[in-house]
Design a protein around this ligand. Structure first.
Ligand code: FAD
Ligand code: NAG
Ligand code: NAG
Ligand code: NAG
Ligand code: NAG
Ligand code: NAG
Ligand code: NAG
Ligand code: NAG
Ligand code: NAG
Ligand code: NAG
Length: 575
């Protein structure tokens, strides 16, 4: 009898298991029968402050069948304009993330270059979305996506280098118009007391750094933020949740070290405050646990700093020989630990033919420059014997004169955006810089080009590694180093895949500079051999557990984000 019962039980068990697997459904995509009806959308709209968005790739204006009223020359002339791109719900800053490359080699895209003769398609631009202006808008959108099991995408400025703000046939929440900014010289985190008061700057989810800088400057305060031509990166989206670096981080810490409070619409649609008094686990996760994984952030409050004068020192040299390049690059790498500890940061571009490096720090004197930076500049000028070498130092009354100029017409042409690009990167560890400077320099020079974000060390290294979710490897780093793969519109799928394999090889090749394979998730590759380790280090398991509490169904899932490995490559079906 017993045996008989057992035999019956086994098929039953298989049935139960098969059913429970079926219960974990794939996300519903636009075009599928499960997609909400017009009536469902009408009912959603009745809870929204704005009409629904129908985002389209910006180049669709050049294909009148799709968009009869479009202005093609407008789209083409703003290709490299990061502010313009951020203002379009269907535009992305790196335009490859507007298109979709299928496994079978087909590409769905809409190219600005109409002479290619390729028809315009929607690609990875979500076809429908919510133009969120209020907390209630976001709540209605999140609940709607949850109820209909939609593939959900949160888009802010569209700067993401891993395409995490686009998604084929997904439903979009556009946070760009959540533009509130308030400065409060006595900001008290909710639940805290007067003793916790700070000079706080609260920025809404759609605020961009140039706007945050304007308000901070009006109040004579400095806020650590993203630095790019036009200041178009979001101040309360991917930047902060991924870590948030700045050349001023060696002096004042990373974004995550300066954030004191978040407000958020959680995956269940509830609005909440996360700070050191409320939802501490979520507060921890939001500081480096990666964007797009925890709900929709509504605002972030940053601690601000005294506005201080600053100095910029720039070196621009060309290398006559590989030996000269090696000796200059070795000297540079070896200098990062000491300089960062003195509060210097900066940005650079290095290849076997040239180095362009800008160092900057607030609150330093000419004497400081003479004793720290100038010896290196002298060394480089002598080693290269470059007659056109540029080695110059410029003081600024405050950092905004440099990073947020009121007339940024020149910066518009910086060509930082509008390309088709993927990155490969690693954080440069202090240990490699100190102990293996020459080996590191030789490795960096083996790439066509490396970008150097000198944004770690100093104050970044002093923060308690477990105080925030950010990969603890950041605390042992002195810089972030990246290289890229680039292509043009119209490139064949075969060639793109070849370039992508090259990016994957670059990731592995950079490993020696970061013994723990640590990197900055916001400027990284889609082909990380182990993204959990590289992006989150030993904080991953705790993050996964926190996600289970707030988002048990993984409504919020992004490429190489927490729990993303439990989904297929298009983040549509559970594995
Ligand atoms: C030109 C350029 C310059 C850059 N400069 C810097 C720099 O100086 N320092 C630096 O650290 N990084 C820099 N970055 C990288 C930047 O941090 C990332 O691209 C980041 O993802 C941008 O976030 P975003 O919100 O502006 O962009 P988006 O692409 O719109 O969003 C990025 C990610 O955040 C999620 N997200 C956005 N808003 C929310 C929200 N409110 N709630 C939940 N999830 C949200 C999205 O779903 C997506 O996963 C730069 C990138 C570019 C292209
Ligand atoms: C189209 O865009 C161009 C470039 O931005 C602009 O000069 C022109 O006025 C626009 N035309 C129309 C009809 O809006
Ligand atoms: C490739 O796959 C896509 C999506 O399934 C399909 O639309 C397209 O027709 C396919 N292309 C080829 C060449 O088979
Ligand atoms: C557009 O594509 C054509 C054909 O490949 C090419 O010759 C031309 O240079 C491209 N134009 C631009 C602006 O990239
Ligand atoms: C923006 O600020 C206004 C005025 O203080 C306030 O009424 C509104 O609720 C704020 N919006 C959000 C999304 O916080
Ligand atoms: C650096 O030097 C190169 C070669 O002389 C030059 O082409 C480039 O414009 C210079 N860049 C800056 C920012 O000075
Ligand atoms: C700026 O420098 C002055 C003089 O060295 C020093 O007293 C002050 O503490 C410094 N301030 C900051 C924020 O570093
Ligand atoms: C720094 O060095 C420059 C050039 O070498 C010199 O002119 C200047 O007097 C020095 N300044 C200080 C404060 O040492
Ligand atoms: C200048 O460089 C040459 C060779 O590159 C080296 O021999 C010399 O010592 C250097 N001089 C100084 C002052 O560093
Ligand atoms: C310099 O780099 C280029 C591009 O990567 C490469 O083709 C060239 O061989 C390198 N030169 C030397 C001397 O290593």
């Amino acid at each position: 009898m017993r045996l008989h019962a057992l035999l019956n039980f086994i098929p039953f068990l298989s049935l139960v298991l098969a059913q429970s697997k079926e219960d974990v459904k794939c996300r519903c995509l636009y075009g599928e029968p499960c997609w909400p009806t017009e009536q469902d959308f009408t009912s959603l709209t009745s809870h929204l402050s704005q009409p629904l968005l129908r985002p389209v790739p910006p180049a669709s204006a050049c294909y009148p069948i799709n968009s009869p009223s479009g202005n093609c020359s407008d789209a083409q002339s703003h290709r490299r304009d990061s502010i313009w791109r951020a203002d379009q719900p269907g535009a992305y800053e790196n335009i490859n993330f507007e298109s979709h490359l299928f496994q079978n080699g087909s590409i769905s895209a809409c190219y600005l270059n109409t002479t290619l003769g390729i028809p315009c398609e929607q690609g990875n631009v979500p076809p429908i979305g919510v133009d969120a202006r209020t907390v209630e808008d976001v709540q209605a959108a999140v609940k709607f996506a949850g109820q209909h099991n939609l593939r959900l995408v949160v888009k802010n400025t569209g700067h993401d280098y891993l395409g995490r703000s686009s998604g084929r046939n997904a439903f979009m929440i556009w946070t760009h118009r959540l533009k509130n900014i308030t400065y409060n010289a006595e900001f008290i985190p909710e639940g805290g007391s007067k003793d916790n008061a700070i000079f706080g700057l609260t920025v809404g989810a759609g605020v961009q750094w140039h706007e945050a800088y304007d308000v901070a400057a009006q109040n004579n305060r400095f806020v650590v933020g993203g630095i790019s031509a036009s200041g178009s990166v979001g101040a309360a989206g991917g930047w902060i949740m991924g870590g948030g670096h700045s050349a001023f981080s060696p002096k004042f810490g990373l974004g995550v070290d300066n954030a004191v409070e978040f407000t958020i619409v959680k995956p269940n649609g509830d609005y909440a405050v996360a700070n050191s008094h409320h939802n501490q686990d979520l507060f921890w996760a939001l500081r480096g646990g990666g964007a797009g994984s925890w709900g929709v952030v509504i605002s972030v409050t940053y601690k601000t700093h005294d506005l201080l004068p600053m100095i910029l020192s720039v070196l621009n040299v060309t290398f006559p020989t590989l030996d000269a390049a090696t000796s200059v690059a070795t000297e540079l790498v070896g200098l990062f630990p000491k300089l960062s500890d003195l509060g210097w940061g900066g940005y650079g571009a290095l290849s076997n033919t040239s180095l362009l490096m800008g160092f900057m720090s607030p609150n330093v004197s000419w004497a400081d420059v003479n004793s720290t930076i100038l010896p290196f500049f002298d060394f480089a000028v002598n080693a290269t014997q470059d007659p056109n070498a540029l080695a110059t130092t410029i003081p600024f009354a405050n950092p905004y004169e440099l990073i947020n100029p009121s007339d940024d017409a020149g910066l518009q042409n910086a060509q930082e955006v509008g390309g088709l690009v993927e990155l490969a990167s690693r954080l440069l560890s202090r240990n490699a810089a100190e102990q293996r400077a020459e080996e590191t320099a030789r490795l960096l020079l083996s790439f066509d080009f490396v970008g150097i974000n000198f944004v770690a060390g100093g104050a970044v290294g002093l923060a308690e590694p477990d105080s925030v979710a950010l990969n603890p490897g950041w605390r042992k780093a002195v810089a972030h180093v990246y290289t890229s793969g680039n292509w043009e519109e119209g490139t064949s799928a075969e060639t793109i895949k070849e370039i992508q394999r090259g990016v994957a090889r670059h990731v592995r090749a950079l490993d020696p500079i970061s013994p723990d394979s640590t990197t900055y998730m916001n400027e990284a590759s889609l082909y990380e051999p182990d993204f959990k380790k590289s992006f989150f280090g030993d904080h991953y398991d705790k993050l996964r557990a926190i996600k289970q509490i707030y988002d048990p169904n993984s409504l919020f899932v992004v490429a190489e984000g927490v729990a993303s490995d439990e989904w297929d490559d298009t983040l549509t079906c559970p594995r």
